[in-house]
Design a protein around this ligand. Structure first.
Ligand code: ZN
Length: 373
């Protein structure tokens, strides 16, 4: 799975077609809300149907087929919550990015790939840094959604001959011990510098450090303040850990951080509702807030679905139909209004948190929002 980076987006954006347009298609395939592939396949068909009548469409029919075949071809859904697909058959151009976050469904025909949604997304990514240290080695890893995106190694050998030499005096041993301590301290300073350099390049949101007790304490103590405030629970691995162990631990840490974030957001929602400030819960109030463009962060329980209505004229959502409260136009019935809410939220730049097993959010009506005002 290609990793989304600024560089990858720039490369994608640099492609130009002077002939037939590039078809860019974003599809929400989030398994937390769309359990069956048919759910997103139908949405893809609906997206393409909306294109009917556009003149460019004739030239792009083959591109739509490529996209449709890919979506129906049973791609690996593990960890994938959104797809970004770009096709220009005429130029033999085909790119697909599997996204670890959901995206708003959309299709665009243009002379270049439409990358704005990716740009938005890359700023939301929160890479995880892992630093494993001992007295002469340091290994730095940066993970993003369970994938290793960067690594670095540092080795600063300690003198080996100190232990084996026939020592003349206790004084010499003490001097040597002192020298070793200094070398170790210097190595740990270098190690945290490596971590800081990666932080400057990647801006990871969290750092986990692994090492023996004394090395761990000394490393954490010499971390740059920016890194110390991003320090998360210690990783139970040393520098000798295998890549497989490190990847597994990274996934575990990311999972725990995600649950913590969910709990924090739901806690904020509960508090804001308790104090009647900048928070709403339940389907009806959340729909109102979405319609009024007041949502900063939308919270939804995994698998929550309800029917509702959308106005084809003004785009307003409603729990009850059939006529739009804003303009009186007859609305369209949707089996899953929650999907429409999430889609509108994505389209209007809201943050979205799909909560996996939050009893607290379920009690609040399985949906809610932290408001901008
Ligand atoms: Zn309306």
């Amino acid at each position: 799975m290609p990793v989304i980076t600024e560089t990858a987006i720039r490369e994608l954006a640099a492609f130009r077609s002077s002939g037939s347009p590039v078809v860019s298609c974003y599809l929400d395939v989030d398994g937390r809300r769309q359990v069956r592939p048919q759910d997103y396949e139908h949405r893809l068909d609906a997206l393409f149907r909306d294109l009917t009548g556009s003149e460019e469409l004739v030239a792009s029919r083959a591109d739509l087929d490529v996209i449709s075949n890919y979506v129906r071809g049973g791609f690996d859904r593990s960890g994938v919550r959104g797809l970004a697909m770009f096709s220009c058959v005429e130029k033999q151009f085909w790119q697909v990015l599997a996204l670890p976050v959901p995206v708003s469904n959309q299709v665009a025909l243009n002379h270049a790939p439409a990358v704005e949604p990716l740009e938005q997304l890359v700023h939301e990514l929160e890479p995880l840094g892992i630093l494993l240290v001992d007295k002469q080695r340091a290994r730095m890893f940066v993970f993003q959604f369970g994938e290793l995106i960067e690594r670095a190694e540092l080795f600063e050998a300690l003198p080996r001959d100190y232990d084996t030499r026939d020592e003349a005096s206790r004084g010499a041993r003490e001097r040597e011990q002192h020298h070793t301590d200094e070398l170790v301290a210097q190595h740990l300073r270098h190690s945290v510098e490596v971590a800081f350099r990666h932080f400057q390049e990647r801006g990871f949101a969290h750092l986990s450090v692994g090492g023996t007790d004394d090395v761990y304490a000394a490393t954490v103590a010499s971390l740059h303040p920016y890194l110390r405030e991003r320090l998360t629970a210690r990783i139970a691995l040393g520098v000798g850990a295998t890549d497989k162990e490190i990847c597994a631990s990274a996934l575990e840490i990311e999972h725990r951080l995600e649950l913590e974030k969910e709990a924090r957001l739901v806690g904020r929602l509960r508090d804001s509702i308790g104090t009647h400030s900048k928070g709403v819960a339940g389907l009806v109030d959340t729909i109102t807030a979405i319609n009024e463009r007041r949502v900063a962060t939308l919270l939804v329980s995994q698998g929550f679905a309800e029917s509702g209505w959308r106005c084809p004229a003004c785009g307003s959502l409603a729990r009850k139909g059939p006529n739009c409260a804003v303009d009186g136009v007859g609305m369209t019935h949707h089996d899953d209004i929650v999907h429409e809410i999430v889609d509108t939220a994505l389209r209007t730049g809201c943050a979205i948190e799909v909560c996996v097993a939050s009893a607290d959010l379920d009690v609040l009506g399985r949906i809610g929002a932290l408001l901008r005002y």
